[in-house]
Write a protein that binds this ligand. Sequence first.
Ligand code: TXA
Ligand code: MG
Length: 313
Amino acid sequence: MQAPHAAVTNVAGAAAILRAGGLVIMPTETVYGLAGDAGDPAAVARIFEAKGRPRFNPLIAHVADRGDAERIAALNPQAQALAEAFWPGPLTIVAPARPGGGVCDLARAGLETVAVRPPAHPVAQALLAAFGGPIVAPSANRSGRPSPTTLADALEETGAAVGAALDGGPCNVGLESTVVACLDGQVRLLRAGGLERARIEAVVGPLAGEGGHAGRSPGRTVLHYAPDAPVRLDAAAPRAGEAYLAFGPAPQGDLVWNLSSAGDVREAATNLFAMLRAADRARPAAIAVAPIPETGLGEAINDRLRRAAGYIG
Ligand code: TXA
Ligand code: MG
């Protein structure tokens, strides 16, 4: 596909575009984001339009650090403990929004809560410092497609909508952040992601289910993260005409991509979306995927794969 014409630019130029209400492709350690000024409803509307995203799906506000998070969200003791342990990093916390906190209603989809995350990526941190306020950014894919983990993939998805793009290299986590809600004395897992459940549970104890939050998460819809080709899961081997995403020792082949020949789920997470895209570009009859263990980041990988395959989640 033809890459559109967004200028790959420097951080100061990108911050100026955000200030003028434009959009920017922003690298983070999880996936590339489609960034806009959190306080500007017109910019946020442009984000929804570029993604083709239903407006009731709220966005994550990215901030530099915990202090800036506290200005927009009321963090309870459990949220504080998680922030202390894992920020900056691939953990998003949903908490009550502070009135006048600077994340507009449209970005929060009218909710009284806000999702907040300080990204660990140095280019994202530099953009936050240059801009000086919260930046909303969904993953930079069009709605329902795999998240981009390289600048080239991000430009292919939403490059036509942005005034600037920042190159941060390939994302080293490769999966979107884990989203938890800290609203009611329980810590609820809303989306499995780039921070493993076990690490969160080591800090706050067992995670509760999503409770009343189901349906507010685009990750809960079928055929999210989907390539064009159908996806077949738990495949021991490819059938004729299929591309194959292997895991662990496997024979090589023209249509074979190995998520991790060492059988490492972290490496598989890093490779997942880029390899789904590469396999899809070969226009196979289907993309068959080897079984992935449910341990560690395997929980989030399997969640994304089941959605890509169109299984009910
Ligand atoms: O790693 C990531 O999280 C990436 C990078 C760019 O930061 N962003 C990302 O954003 O994946 P997005 O918009 O694709 O996913 C945001 C998730 C959705 O599942 C959304 O429903 C949930 O966060 N979310 C946002 N605000 C919420 C709220 N107030 N209540 C419940 N869920 C919320
Ligand atoms: Mg997304």
